[in-house]
Design a protein around this ligand. Structure first.
Ligand SMILES: [Zn+2]
Length: 394
């Protein structure tokens, strides 16, 4: 039986890190996702008013907080995470399961084909599989309260990761939530595994304040719970390096308070970054030094983070927020660069190479209708996105 094929001449296509206006792309379906049979540039003739692109990569997500989209939460990080933790404990697991499935559906409907998912509760695997979204699940490890004897909790998390793996049918990795919510021994153990790992890092300046000076809200938390505190003279980056988490396969999330001068050492170590500008802005975090990361060669992806801080699923709003963040720092960032972070580079930041329109590549592709020039690409809306299917766009 012949495999279905489709020949497209889009007004714009995102190919090899740029927008081109003269491409002819032939796709063939050998399985659920199209394979790029050929790409020809410099082809004239009539064109369809759409932008053809690799599917979006949502490089950092927490589907399970979808139920908190409209919750009244504080506007700064520390009170926000305290309140989030309190509300979380009140949620019924059956509701969280439905929230997780809803958030996965919203990602799937708006062009997200790849995700870096932080999951504390057990439902991300089945939710992503239902939507056919690929990527990695990072099963969150939090051992703050169990810091003296974390093994029992780790055993339970290993089992949860195994169950998620089975439900997802994709990779699931134990991952530390943040430097201050995981005990030092467990951090070092997770660092030593050598597997892909994802961790919230320097979302605020509080981590350095705590590690370098023993001050601030994190230190207060340790004191209040009687948990032995931790010091590191080189701050959070030095601390994570000492724990084996400055290495290839490590995705650092946020990095808002990180010194831009450290960007070359991140690049050299092979660490990638998930930049979450909508969430960072909502929680009053510093504007992340994205320009420095990109210039150093760090793979940067864009993450919607959770509904509780990042708002509704909207990759276009996320890309616009990335531009605004750079602007506030007085730094340049182009539409092409943010599109790359939202697609090909974002995928690379999760270890998925070749997430691009190139001969022989197999990947989910999207069409953004109505985009006729690169300047309009970020003005589109989630409902303008359609998936490429054998009969065209669907
Ligand atoms: Zn997060």
């Amino acid at each position: 039986m012949a495999h279905p094929t489709l020949t497209l001449r889009p007004r714009l296509a995102f190919i090899a890190g740029r927008f081109v206006d003269d491409a002819e792309v032939v796709l063939q379906w050998l399985g659920p996702h199209p394979t790029v049979a050929s790409v020809r540039l410099g082809v004239g003739g009539p064109r369809e008013d759409l932008l053809l692109s690799p599917a979006f990569c949502n490089a950092h997500s927490h589907l399970e907080y979808r139920g908190l989209l409209d919750a009244e939460l504080p506007e700064t990080y520390w009170p926000w995470i305290r309140e989030l933790t309190r509300l979380k404990a009140e949620q019924r697991l059956q509701d969280v399961r439905e929230h997780t499935r809803l958030a996965a559906r919203e990602n799937g409907l708006t062009g997200v084909g790849l995700i870096g998912e932080h999951s504390d509760r057990p439902f991300a695997g089945e939710a992503l599989r239902e939507q056919g979204i690929q990527g990695r699940i990072f099963q969150e490890v939090i051992t703050f309260l169990e810091s003296q004897s974390p093994q029992e909790k780790l055993d339970a998390l290993l089992l949860r990761a195994e169950n998620q793996r089975e439900a997802f049918g994709g990779p699931v990795h134990l991952s530390p939530h943040a430097p201050y919510t995981v005990d030092p021994m467990t951090l070092a153990w997770l660092g030593s595994l050598g597997e892909p790992v994802s961790i919230h890092v320097a979302e605020t300046p509080m981590e350095d304040e705590w590690l370098m000076r023993g001050l601030g809200a994190i230190e207060d938390l340790y004191t209040r719970f009687g948990v032995p505190s931790v010091r590191h003279p080189a701050g959070v980056v030095g601390y994570l390096a000492a724990k084996g988490l400055l290495r290839p396969g490590a995705q650092w999330v946020h990095g808002c308070a990180m010194d831009p001068a450290l960007a070359p050492s991140l690049a050299e170590a092979g660490v990638s970054i998930a930049h979450c500008p909508t969430s960072n802005r909502r929680l009053g975090c510093p504007d992340a030094p994205v320009r420095a990361w990109l210039d150093a060669g760090v793979a940067v992806g864009l993450g919607l983070d959770s509904a509780a801080s990042g708002g509704p699923v909207d990759m276009f709003a996320l890309m616009r927020a990335a531009l605004e963040t750079a602007e506030r720092r007085g730094e340049s960032l182009s539409v092409v660069e943010v599109w790359n972070m939202a697609t090909t580079m974002g995928a690379a930041s999760l270890g998925y190479r070749g997430w691009e329109i190139a001969k022989g590549a197999t990947l989910p592709l999207i069409a953004v209708t109505g985009v006729t020039e690169p300047g309009k690409a970020l003005r589109a809306a989630p409902q303008d996105v359609a998936w490429l299917a054998p009969n065209g766009v669907s």
